[in-house]
Design a protein around this ligand. Structure first.
Ligand code: ADP
Ligand code: MG
Length: 233
């Protein structure tokens, strides 16, 4: 389990001559470390899309999956809250339309995914520092990371205490406690996720150049990776 499984996936992708993993592949690496991910299946045609949506349960999310498309939203590649077989078909054909817009994009299929329960959107990341090796990053999604740069960093391996500290260090921490009627996040689940990423980063440091989980939904009970991107060395 875990490290060997992850390396098998990485070797296969390297064999294809790629360094950028799709969301689907990236989450397979996470899953190898028991990191919680959304229920999802990769559909290759419309019929599969409808069948998988039924299996997963409505409402679902549809996403374009291609190593050539790392920011899916930018190309209209994410359809959330899809509620019926009819809506799946419409969303599927709209996503396939992206093929014509981005010539030569290698499309692996359309990901059919469960809608994650309501939660705070956080970001976990890993980058390589020439001096320290892997460095982990934590922050709240959206403007908090992009505009305010409200993030914390730690060098793995982390203890439970380090992970807790990393969460409590950001200025936006009260939001995770559920101020003003917002969702209060399950901090234990968040700590577990950071510790899993810590293990993964240490084990796979020779293979992974950078990765992020953006967003991780930190819900009232649990946490789930909704999107992820891994870039290999
Ligand atoms: P991108 O490649 O553009 O980063 P994401 O997969 O992160 O695409 O999706 C963009 C946004 O859509 C997410 O930040 C999240 O708010 C929402 N979203 C995506 N997938 C789900 C899901 N399974 N459940 C609920 N919201 C989702
Ligand atoms: Mg994302």
């Amino acid at each position: 389990m875990s490290k060997d499984d992850a390396i098998k996936i990485i070797d296969k992708i390297k064999g294809d001559g790629r360094v950028t993993l799709t969301e689907y592949d990236s989450k397979k690496i996470l899953a190898a470390y028991d990191f919680p991910i959304t229920k999802e299946k990769l559909a290759r045609d419309e019929e599969e899309a409808v069948n998988f949506a039924k299996e997963i349960g409505y409402p679902v999310v549809l996403k374009i999956i291609s190593p050539d498309i790392t920011h899916k939203t930018d190309v209209g590649g994410v359809k959330v809250d899809v509620k019926s077989p009819g809506e799946v078909k419409t969303a599927y054909s709209e996503l396939m339309g992206i093929k014509d817009k981005i010539k030569d994009a290698d499309i692996h299929g359309v990901l059919i995914q469960e809608m994650a329960p309501k939660g705070n959107e956080v970001i976990l990341g890993m980058t390589q520092d020439p001096q320290f090796g892997p460095v982990l990053m934590f922050g709240l999604g959206g403007v908090f990371v992009e505009v305010l740069k409200d993030v914390s960093f730690r060098i793995p391996p982390l203890t439970r205490f380090d992970a807790e500290d990393m969460i409590k260090e950001i200025k936006a921490y009260p939001i995770l406690e559920g101020v003003r009627g917002g969702v209060s996040s399950d901090l234990d689940a968040l700590v577990d996720c950071i510790l899993k990423l810590s293990d993964l980063s240490v084990d796979l440091s020779d293979y992974i150049k950078e990765m992020d989980i953006n967003p991780l939904f930190a819900t009232e009970k649990g946490a789930v990776a909704v999107d992820s991107l891994v870039i290999l060395k």
